[in-house]
Design a protein around this ligand. Structure first.
Ligand code: ATP
Ligand code: MG
Length: 473
């Protein structure tokens, strides 16, 4: 827990806000896409309506033998009703025209051919009308109700444009209304279903992280079966585990402190006893002479035990300083410190190449090797029959990225009880006078450096393999 807990964003800068913006954006986008076909359809039906009036007028024209004989005010009324300047009716090669009493001479005539009504030309026509300036005249051409007849209507384009703009404005208003209502409804739904639970999770995480030892802050998950439900239950489980672990850790730390105190006093008492036993050993009594050495060794062991427990307790868990180090000198030094070099009954063989470099903390690796060599020496020394010459072999196998270092001996092999609790502090020792810390410390140190240590397969004796990252250079 190094970095600070993040703060919850305000309700309007968080998820909800993004959600509303997205919903409104998508709806408006859809509306824009839908707008073009719909304005085209509007223009088309507007033109159709005008054409229909034209067709009705054409029928009137058709029924009178001479159009010129019609009263002027009747034709004017007809044209005004259609909003037209003039109507032309063509059939069987003949054409008839009615126009206003004061004829209008149009300057810019645009033709809308109602016989061509595919969507693309409708949309194109609609856009063209909206973008055009005022003052144009529209010529609507379409079929009449009789075979092979054609009706043409001339009228100003202004009313069409005005109606189309009105229609567009209504569409914009309706779209905004729909977007607002949909966004609101979706927002309420999505908030209830997703955002509120997510906010609850976020709140809970922030609170729990600040006070993980407070069991009241452990999330009570809902019954939901979906992914949010899973997250809630997993988070609750995780928080319970963290809570339990923290409590356990505190208890262990308290216990450790007590043990350290007892151990410290015990060691002082043992040291006094050792002084006494040294004096007792000088007495001439043959019985005392026989028992005293055992008393002295026992006390020595007890003191060494107390000392190593104290050292383990004091262990500073400083982070390793990883750097390229040559393996061979490390091995040689550790072998010397563990008294396996120049040993009277053990031969030591180091086959590690002098050039081999690993990425490790030199001091930590020295302690790891020291523990392994000491274990091997102790095992070999304890073996009574030295029929095959006692030997400790160190070898290294370099891979592309990793180096495997093996420490092997031809001793009695690992006892079953040691195997069961391998690498567990205080549990692994079966040796009298052993603390059971050597392998546990070795594992802790190797893993801190990003490596692995494990028991290797060997037919005789014991072999430990350590895998370390290779120096990339
Ligand atoms: N090379 C080995 N051959 C045989 N047995 C071994 C070997 N290495 C370790 N062991 C066994 O594993 C046990 C655990 O070793 P570990 O180093 O953890 O504890 P220890 O040697 O008993 O005590 P400490 O190292 O703390 O003084 C030893 O007691 C020993 O029985
Ligand atoms: Mg040991």
């Amino acid at each position: 827990m190094t970095d600070h807990p993040s703060a919850l964003p305000s309700r309007f800068s968080g998820l909800s806000n993004k959600l509303i913006a997205t919903i409104i954006g998508v709806i408006l986008l859809v509306e824009v896409v839908v707008y073009f076909p719909s304005i085209a359809g509007y223009r088309d039906s507007w033109l159709q309506d005008r054409l229909r009036v034209g067709v009705v007028a054409a029928r009137v024209l058709d029924s009178v033998p001479d159009v010129m004989s019609l009263p002027r005010n009747l034709t004017d009324r007809l044209l005004n009703a259609a909003g037209a300047y003039a109507i032309v009716y063509r059939r069987e090669g003949q054409s008839q025209l009615i126009e206003l009493t004061d004829p209008v001479t149009p300057d810019l005539v645009i033709t809308a051919d109602m016989r061509q009504r595919d969507l693309a030309s409708q949309i194109g026509g609609a856009i063209e009308v909206m973008l055009a300036g005022p003052g144009r005249t529209l010529r609507i051409v379409g079929e009449g109700d009789l075979d092979e007849s054609l009706v043409e209507i001339l009228m100003p384009e202004g009313p069409l444009r005005r109606d189309m703009f009105d229609y567009s404005r209504n569409i914009v208003l309706v779209s905004l209304g729909i977007a607002a209502i949909t966004a609101f409804v979706l927002y309420v739904l999505v908030s209830r279903l997703f955002i509120d639970p997510v906010l609850r999770l976020a709140d809970n995480m922030l609170a729990f992280r600040k006070a993980p030892e407070n069991a009241a802050l452990i999330l009570s998950p809902s019954e939901r079966a979906d992914e949010i439900g899973i997250v809630e239950r997993e988070l609750a489980a995780m928080e319970s585990e963290i809570f339990a672990l923290l409590r356990q850790r505190r208890h262990l730390a308290d216990l450790g402190l007590a043990v350290a105190k007892i151990n410290h006093d015990l060691r002082n008492m043992l040291t006094s006893a050792q002084l006494l036993s040294d004096q007792v050993a000088t007495l001439d009594d043959p019985k005392v002479q026989r028992l005293a050495p055992r008393l002295v060794t026992t006390l020595d062991r007890a003191i060494a035990f107390a000392q190593s427990v104290m050292d383990y307790g004091r262990e500073a868990n400083a982070a390793p300083q990883l750097a390229p180090v040559a393996l061979r000198p490390l091995v040689e030094d550790a072998a010397f410190d563990a008294r396996v070099l120049n040993h009277p009954s053990i031969s030591f063989e180091d086959t590690v190449s002098p050039e081999l470099m690993v990425l490790a903390d030199g001091a930590m690796m020295a302690r790891v090797l020291l523990n392994l060599f000491k274990n091997a020496r102790e095992a070999l020394e304890a073996e009574s029959a030295a029929s095959p010459p006692n030997q400790i072999t160190v070898s290294a196998l370099a891979g592309d990225r990793e180096v495997t270092l093996s420490v092997a001996d031809n001793g009695p092999g690992l006892p079953a009880r040691a195997r069961e609790h391998l690498f567990v502090a205080f549990e692994g020792s079966v040796r009298s006078g052993g603390t059971g810390l050597g392998l546990a410390i070795a594992r802790e140190l190797v893993e801190a450096q990003g490596g692995r240590i494990f028991l290797g397969d060997s037919e005789i004796g014991t072999r430990f393999d350590i895998v370390l990252p290779r120096d990339p250079a």
